[in-house]
Design a protein around this ligand. Structure first.
Ligand code: AMP
Ligand code: MN
Ligand code: MN
Ligand code: MN
Length: 278
């Protein structure tokens, strides 16, 4: 039996709803052999995840999902097998958390100006870790009855031209790759099909990423469609990038997405884990 890899997931350290220990326990129960915890801009869940992984005999890959601004868009870059104690990485992530806090306050002010007071405080109460994200705002808006579910709230709020939208000011692509490599990790572009790039834009991104020292891209992802798998496999081959697979699991509320339930990589992909000693 090939090992079951799920290399993208979130805990309450960022915008997931399970604790790191609960996440690892669930991954184990779902048959995951190798799990990466990749919280947004924070590594605070890794120690707890690692302790539970050792207890259960699951292999935990220490990871992070770094917020990047590239050509006025937000791109997410995964760092896999990072050393969470690396000081330069931690300094960079701390800066991103400051930018998150600043953006959250501006989002709250924008919503208040439009007659929705108290959303910043409500989102802050829902954030159980060191970062505040749009997910926390979205959950509060749902709890308050402003939207029915996550899909609806990200259609009508918190996105360009809608109430509560404030663009993130994240780090550069080259800095994110450098932090990850400096911490001994591998840089992988998260869910590339989600950025609404045309073919020229995708090639620009992937070339710049590869030239900067990035080594992989998610081909199979919880936020990719089956036709995306094929298209992304083609790009990975074209640019000599390794292929990764991750659910991007945020918690059991999202009933259609489960840990460890990903299809195999398309034929011809070279897995990001090919040289890992598991
Ligand atoms: P942030 O990094 O604070 O801008 O928040 C981005 C997070 O919001 C993502 O990591 C997702 O967890 C969540 N998100 C963004 N768009 C959607 C969507 N359409 N449906 C559900 N969750 C979303
Ligand atoms: Mn998220
Ligand atoms: Mn992401
Ligand atoms: Mn993610």
């Amino acid at each position: 039996m090939p090992l079951n890899y799920d290399l993208h997931s979130h805990s309450i350290a960022s915008d997931g709803t399970l604790t790191a220990a609960q996440l690892v326990t669930r991954a184990h129960a779902q048959g995951v052999d190798v799990l990466a915890l990749t919280d947004h801009d924070v590594t605070a869940g890794l120690a707890e995840a690692d302790a539970m992984a050792r207890t259960l005999g699951l292999r935990l890959i220490p990871g992070v999902e770094i917020s990047v601004t590239w050509q006025s868009r937000t791109i997410h870059v995964l760092g896999l097998n990072i050393d969470p104690l690396d000081p330069i990485l931690q300094q960079g992530l701390a800066g991103l958390r400051v930018a998150r806090e600043r953006r959250a306050q501006a989002m709250g002010e924008d919503l208040a100006r439009r007659g929705m007071a108290g959303v910043y405080n409500g989102a802050k109460d829902l954030a159980r870790g060191e970062i505040i994200s749009r997910t926390h705002f979205a959950q509060f808006l749902i709890n308050q009855g402003f939207a029915r579910n996550m899909q609806r709230v990200f259609k009508n709020f918190l996105v360009p031209d809608k109430p509560g939208y404030v663009p993130g000011e994240w780090t550069s692509l080259s800095a994110a790759i450098a932090w990850i490599r400096g911490a001994g990790g591998q840089a992988v572009i998260a869910h590339p099909a989600r950025y609404k790039l045309n073919a020229a834009g995708m090639q620009w991104l992937l070339k710049e990423f590869k030239d900067g020292g990035g080594i992989g891209m998610e081909v199979v992802s919880g936020s990719h469609s089956p036709s995306d798998y094929q298209a992304m496999a083609g790009y990975a081959k074209q640019f000599g990038l390794l292929a990764s697979a991750g659910s991007d699991y945020h918690g059991p509320e999202n009933a259609w997405l489960e840990l460890g339930a990903l299809p195999e990589l398309p034929a011809g992909c070279v897995p990001v884990w090919q040289d890992w000693r598991i």
